[in-house]
Design a protein around this ligand. Structure first.
Ligand SMILES: NC(=O)c1ccc[n+]([C@@H]2O[C@H](COP(=O)([O-])OP(=O)(O)OC[C@H]3O[C@@H](n4cnc5c(N)ncnc54)[C@H](OP(=O)(O)O)[C@@H]3O)[C@@H](O)[C@H]2O)c1
Length: 282
């Protein structure tokens, strides 16, 4: 398998172009799953306080034979802690849950614009980075208007914006906006989380057959060629390996366009979670 390519961030650090997702990955089985992912070659592990599994991720980090400094542990600030003081305490508490003394990456999970506190939350991440609690700071589910506000308020541009993106909801406008601001896009639910049928979509299957690859690999490659980091989850070692095996082929421009054409706009979101409306606190 070819080496996992990296992506350069606006803060001078780099991330692997594919990360391992952990929604619903919990308990002892979760530890096994994360250890298996590390064995398969993943180094970036994506968790969140809202996934109720930070302890499990910390346990996998401790049990892994891969040194801590080679792993990139990323978590997310929950909606109930957007106030400045609460955010600083939450970041510390999250680190205690994981048993770590710094995060490699930390994001604001959702902007919750109706609550009107995401600017404060961003200031907390900026300061936590200065205190040495976080190496790279970013956001998740932020639209361009939210990004404009936090950049204007603090002068600090997030390094990454983790957003919903899969062929039925490609979010291309926001991907382009992120690019224009020097922000790396991370794609969540890249395979549609088995809620939608993107892995059996006729166009994707045909393209997969053409390159002698699996549908999931085609989608991950489509992200890669759009400079988008893919955060993908799998409980199977074979799928975990396959999802990293995407560096030995290139999709043609025509095939890239065909995948873009599968977009269904707002109707394509897996769970209808529009960042201006959706609220999730814990
Ligand atoms: N920031 C946010 O708001 C947000 C929201 C949602 C998700 N996320 C992050 O994004 C991560 C990924 O999204 P997700 O977990 O929703 O779903 P996903 O990665 O789109 O899909 C996971 C599903 O795809 C299957 N799969 C994986 N590789 C496959 C392959 N090669 N062939 C066939 N099936 C395959 C898995 O089944 P098997 O287990 O059988 O392989 C699993 O059921 C999350 O875990 C989380 O870390 C972030």
């Amino acid at each position: 398998m070819e080496k996992l390519q990296t992506m350069r961030l606006n803060d001078g650090t780099s991330l692997p172009s594919i990360g391992f997702g952990t929604v619903q990955v919990k308990g002892a089985q979760g530890v096994t799953s994360v250890l298996s992912a590390i064995e398969a070659g993943y180094r970036l592990i994506d968790t969140s306080t809202n996934y109720n599994n930070e302890g499990m991720v910390g346990e996998a980090v401790r049990r892994s034979s891969t040194p801590r400094e080679e792993l990139i542990i990323s978590s997310k600030l929950p909606g109930h802690s957007h106030g400045y003081d609460r955010a600083i305490l939450m970041i510390q508490e999250s680190l205690y849950r994981l048993g770590l003394d710094y995060f490699d990456k930390y994001l604001i999970h959702w902007p919750l614009p109706k609550q009107g506190q995401y600017e404060e939350a961003w200031q907390a991440l900026v300061d936590a980075q200065k205190f040495g609690l976080i190496k790279t700071i970013g956001v998740s589910n932020f639209l361009s208007e939210h990004l404009e506000k936090i950049i204007e308020k603090t002068g600090v541009t997030p390094a990454t914006n983790q957003i919903e993106r899969h062929p039925y909801f490609n979010n291309n406008e926001l991907v382009e906006y992120n690019k224009s601001r020097g922000i790396v896009t991370e794609a969540w639910s890249p395979l549609g989380r088995e809620i939608n049928d993107v892995l059996t979509n006729e166009t994707i299957v045909k393209i997969a057959e053409k390159y002698n690859k699996e549908p999931a690999q085609i989608i991950i490659r489509w992200n890669l060629q759009n400079d988008v980091l893919t955060v993908v989850k799998s409980s199977s070692y074979a799928h975990q390996k396959a999802n990293l095996d995407v560096f030995d082929f290139e999709l043609s421009e025509e095939d890239m366009k065909q995948i873009d054409a599968l977009d269904k706009g707002e109707a394509g979101r897996v769970e209808g979670q529009h960042p201006n409306e959706y609220e999730e606190f814990d």
